[in-house]
Design a protein around this ligand. Sequence first.
Ligand SMILES: Nc1ncnc2c1ncn2[C@@H]1O[C@H](COP(=O)(O)OP(=O)(O)O)[C@@H](O)[C@H]1O
Ligand SMILES: O=P(O)(O)OC[C@H]1O[C@](O)(COP(=O)(O)O)[C@@H](O)[C@@H]1O
Length: 303
Amino acid sequence: MIYTCTLNPSVDYIVEVDHFQIGELNRALSATTFPGGKGINVSRVLRRLGVPNTALGFIGGFTGAFIEHELQSENIQFDFVKVPEDTRINIKLKSGKETEINGKGPTISFDSQKEMLKKIQCLRPDDFLVLAGSIPSSLSVRFYEQIMDVAKKAQVKVIVDTSGPALKRLMNDQPFLMKPNHRELGELFDTVFHSKREAAIYGRRLVEWGVKHVIVSLAGEGAFFFDKETALFAEAPKGAVRNSVGAGDSMVAGFLAAYTSGKSVEESFAYSVASGSATAFSQDLCTKENVERLLGQVKIMRI
Ligand SMILES: Nc1ncnc2c1ncn2[C@@H]1O[C@H](COP(=O)(O)OP(=O)(O)O)[C@@H](O)[C@H]1O
Ligand SMILES: O=P(O)(O)OC[C@H]1O[C@](O)(COP(=O)(O)O)[C@@H](O)[C@@H]1O
């Protein structure tokens, strides 16, 4: 079974404004709400790709109830730890460019933290666990490490998609897959990349440090894949971007969906890139049909 764990889920409020002006009354052209947070996006895409999975995380209040309702309507299993404060709302403002304001998230008590660790303890050796997204500010930046320790004892394969100090602390724990974007990878090494070549050099370094599979995503420029035996570059398919929120999460889901169905790492990487781009070209997350339509346009090169 694949489990996703979203410590800080969100209701993503996507609002479109014509020529947004700071300090003025702006009226929305459109507004949509989606259940969000990186692990929840991975769960939703996995489901769309036909892969059953269970979403774990902390959830609370009316926003938490919205997320549960949406997941139920998409037939996604969940086993959340309930917290008293509201799950955050993340604003995604579209006005020519995309501007994001991500909320802080609710307070998570010590008892709730223990409850989550107990759930992880119950996972089985052939399970996958996706740790994705930020850590709510009330939790220690070491909480992912605590989860990782429990998951390792249970012999679960862990996938990491987070950023900042949490990512830095996890890279020595030999996760099964890491998917930083080029900015997150640069932060990990306290640098900024000026070329794709530089991103590739540092991506490879993660494999040298024990990460089993690494995908470095480069938005519209595609992605790199590395493991001990393989180094690949994929150009992203071309198309009109409608909403790139969740593109990275879709890559994680796409890779796992293909890999767990027995595909090679090269095929799984191609499926991952097609999933990321299919989401970027959609208003909501990708559908299986759109992913498979784009798959033929993903050009993989050995590097
Ligand atoms: N403008 C775009 N055109 C085509 N594909 C895109 C575009 N933006 C993102 N993607 C696809 O989504 C993947 C992840 O995007 P990226 O922005 O790097 O991740 P994240 O959402 O984690 O920041 C890319 O590797 C690519 O496949
Ligand atoms: O946990 P964080 O880092 O605040 O990110 C949460 C946000 O990331 C998303 O999961 C989108 O992530 P990506 O665009 O990187 O795939 C949104 O749904 C959510 O609002």
